[in-house]
Design a protein around this ligand. Structure first.
Ligand SMILES: [Zn+2]
Ligand SMILES: [Zn+2]
Length: 178
């Protein structure tokens, strides 16, 4: 087992901690796959994301900076769901792979930062840069693999949908229910 710091450090519950690698190139803290660069520095493997029609594709490079469920009324509108599941990380760790020109951004008038970007062909939400910051918001549902961190907490709980039932309290079926 090796312990690394600096560029190879990862995040654990909001604190920066050294990534500790066990067998099989998996970080023992966040369980993300890691690989060795030519310089011998281990970095987490990039994760791709894509929209439903597949025209827009992008890549993120861990470590991610945060992962939250947002229950605000704006997120309910843009997702059509009880809450958004948003991952955050610096712009420098984000790269478009294809279809960027198909993404349309809507900035909510009067809002300080609230915006939404979506694929104009299939309507899927796609990442956008958060205004006045150097961070990207990544809708976690469009990622093609499990990110390096798990959702940390719920925000805007006071605005939650009046019909929300937490999934832990609901029956679960592999596919369609009864
Ligand atoms: Zn699309
Ligand atoms: Zn929100």
């Amino acid at each position: 087992m090796r312990t690394l710091t600096g560029a190879a450090a990862t995040r654990l519950r909001g604190r920066r901690v050294p990534a500790v690698f066990g067998s099989g190139g998996v970080c023992l803290y966040c369980f993300s796959l890691v690989y060795t660069t030519g310089k011998g520095v281990r970095m987490s493997q990039p994760i791709t994301g894509s929209c439903l029609c597949g025209e827009i594709r992008f890549e993120i490079a861990p470590p991610s900076g945060g992962f939250r469920y947002c229950h605000c009324s704006r997120c309910q509108k843009v997702t059509g769901a009880a809450h958004a599941a948003n991952l955050f990380l610096p712009v420098s760790q984000f790269k478009w792979l294809s279809g960027e020109s198909l993404a349309k951004r809507y900035n909510l008038p009067g809002a300080k930062r609230f915006a939404v970007s979506f694929c104009t062909q299939c309507g899927t939400r796609v990442p956008h840069k958060i205004a006045a910051t150097e961070n990207m918001l990544i809708p976690a549902g469009v990622l093609d693999a499990k990110p390096d961190i798990a959702p940390e907490y719920n925000i805007f709980w006071g605005s939650k949908a009046p019909w929300l039932v937490e999934t832990a309290q609901m029956a679960k079926f592999e596919e369609y229910g009864k």
